[in-house]
Design a protein around this ligand. Sequence first.
Ligand code: C5P
Length: 274
Amino acid sequence: MLTLRSPAKVNLFLRILSKRPDGYHELASLFQAIDLCDILHFSLSTSDTLSCTHPAIPLDSSNLISKAIAAFKIKTGYNTPIQVHLEKNIPLEAGLGGGSSNAATTLWALNKLHNDLLSLSDLQSLASTIGSDVAFFLTQGTAYCTGRGEILNPMPALPHPTHKLWIIKPNKGLSTPLVYRNLDATKLEKRDPQKTLNTFLSQTPQYYNDLEIPAFQLEPSLALLKENLKKDYQTVLMSGSGTSFFCLGNNTPNQADHFVTQTRFINREKSEWY
Ligand code: C5P
């Protein structure tokens, strides 16, 4: 049995550069892992099985854990049946990368159970075939990602912000493809992501997320929530395609009926998992 944490991420900034001919969007984003984690239990078994504490999670081949297992088997030729149990703590449709993280954690676990058969860069290539965000979770927790999100520029760990970090998510979620479909990349402010990245390295961070525009159009209550949160927090930004926000500030949130948790940036050591 192998039990691993599967962390969420936030996008400290997210710039969408253009829509590509293949339908994906060219982006540039600073990804940071946080210690809001699902827990995954892996054991060798007589047949592949997937179970989960959350009733809304599909347990069929559409689950990114199943896709990771299938991709690992095709790549390595190993066909060992595996039993996976997922304790879901990361909210769904939140822009926190929970499903992608689960897939990356599964690839790491399978590789451990097969004596590190694949190199980290092989695992990262395999990860990028499963979803745009999956490879990020195989970095050490801080990375400037470009392309679809799968081109990784690992960064040194950032100092934790001076204020407390909160994740706040309303009940309403948004699907990532829907948010991207609602975006007109030609109308966005032409900010230079390299310059934004430098603001994080010089500790004068400039937080923004181009996906707030389509997400707020689809769900105007998100814009209202952001305005309200800004009364209590120094920084309020939607993560990824939403609908969670990360907030920096020392007030304890009072949003009833919302998912609320205090969290921290996390990074892993080179040869260890989170
Ligand atoms: O790669 P992934 O399957 O996670 O992407 C989900 C959806 O999000 C894609 O089908 C696409 O609609 C959108 N997407 C995009 N550009 C990206 C990443 C995702 O348009 N860079």
